[in-house]
Design a protein around this ligand. Structure first.
Ligand code: NAG
Ligand code: NAG
Ligand code: NAG
Ligand code: NAG
Ligand code: NAG
Ligand code: NAG
Length: 325
């Protein structure tokens, strides 16, 4: 039960003014509010105002209670027309407001900005104005798995690729993997999640397999409770870009190594001249090599140089801590 002092106070008054209370009723135009995480929400309770509002006689209390929690939190208190921030719960400090201009119309509108997952729950509005009454409204918060991060890596020493999709949302989503023909590949996927400080699910799904180079793949985040899904497509050309970023880091590695090994100043000058020439040549060779191997159905004949390329990519992404291989 809601256990605030104000509630007790109001309930006592409710008994005293029971005759008048029958005339004074609080109404809610909307019972359920479903909002996106991070957005603003306004929830409304209506009360009768005859003529012009006497603010001094008005007390409005908004309380929140989360499912499974016994304690309720004071979200906003207006007592005899004055805001009463002292007893406001810290979760709502700076985020909750009562739209003052609407009060004269008999509308006690609570605005909560930057809605959090923990804001979800049951909200009670108690209004006292020449009578007292209360109503409940429900707030649900959802967070769509909007931004899906994708990554493709080659598994070192194997001809398999590691596909990764990661996103944050609420409630928990299931992840499916499929090819263009909607053939389900999820069987070998490993989907894990952590909770972020904001109460969102951080879902990561990893699928390791040997892809068909002439097909694109997608991961689907299915939010069962909201019956909503978002997906990200991984085109097999992403495998090319994987190689490409690897190639860059390999060049970055080769150049300083060469510079260190060749100490003689004269040699350095020669190297400088050659480097610009070689660099161009290098890229051309590499491109041809990659194109050839991509066309090849059998991935096993990747030469050791290409393998190194992939390994450096994997190392780079491991540094960023995004995938645990
Ligand atoms: C509103 O107030 C007027 C006078 O102030 C009164 O005559 C009338 O009965 C009131 N109406 C209601 C619904 O309370
Ligand atoms: C949400 O509310 C805050 C504070 O009242 C305001 O600054 C912001 O512009 C609002 N955002 C939207 C999307 O309405
Ligand atoms: C899935 O990944 C987690 C974390 O990376 C690991 O602990 C777990 O063993 C994996 N499960 C399977 C079935 O591969
Ligand atoms: C790869 O995909 C193409 C086009 O969808 C298909 O014709 C071919 O049979 C697939 N190959 C394998 C090995 O699945
Ligand atoms: C895969 O996706 C890329 C980019 O979205 C597209 O250009 C290509 O045609 C797709 N491949 C197939 C086989 O549909
Ligand atoms: C989500 O998890 C990934 C790794 O699984 C991590 O890189 C990322 O920082 C996490 N994001 C948040 C907001 O916790």
């Amino acid at each position: 039960m809601f256990q605030s002092l104000t509630m007790l106070l109001l309930e006592t008054q409710l008994c005293v003014v029971s005759g008048a209370a029958a005339l004074f009723t609080v109404e809610v135009p909307q019972q359920l509010y479903i909002v996106e995480y991070g957005s603003n929400v306004t929830m409304e309770c209506r009360f009768p105002v005859n003529g012009s509002l006497n603010l001094k006689l008005l007390t409005v209390l908004w309380e929140q209670k989360r499912q499974g929690q016994s304690q309720s939190k004071e979200v906003y208190i207006l007592r005899n027309g004055k805001a009463f921030p002292a007893s406001q719960h810290q979760d709502y400090v700076g985020r909750a407001a009562l739209l003052q201009s609407e009060l004269k119309l008999g509308r006690a509108i609570l605005q909560i900005s930057s809605v959090k997952i923990t804001d979800a729950g049951s909200y009670l509005c108690i209004i006292e104005y020449q009578g007292v009454d209360y109503k409940y409204v429900t707030l649900q918060v959802k967070a769509t798995y909007k931004r899906i991060n994708t990554q493709v890596m080659r598994k070192p020493g194997e001809d398999k690729f590691v596909f990764m999709c990661q996103s944050e949302g609420f409630p928990l989503a299931e992840v499916f993997w499929q090819n263009e023909k909607n053939f389900n590949l999820s069987g070998s996927a490993n989907t894990t999640y952590t909770l972020t400080a904001d109460g969102l699910y951080n879902v990561t799904s990893i699928l390791m397999f040997k892809p068909n180079m002439s097909e694109n793949y997608s991961c689907v985040f299915w939010n069962k409770e909201l019956n909503a899904e978002t997906s990200a497509h991984i085109s097999t050309s992403a495998l090319m870009s994987t190689q490409y970023s690897g190639q860059k880091s390999l060049i970055l590695f080769i150049i300083p190594t060469c510079v260190m090994v060749v100490i003689l100043p004269s040699a350095l000058i020669i190297l400088q001249k050659r480097k610009s020439f070689k660099n161009g040549q290098h890229k051309e060779d590499r491109k041809r090599q990659l194109n050839a191997s991509l066309k090849d159905e059998d991935r096993d004949d990747f030469n050791s140089q290409t393998e190194a390329l992939y390994m450096s990519t994997v190392t780079a992404s491991r540094d960023s801590g995004s995938v645990d291989l």
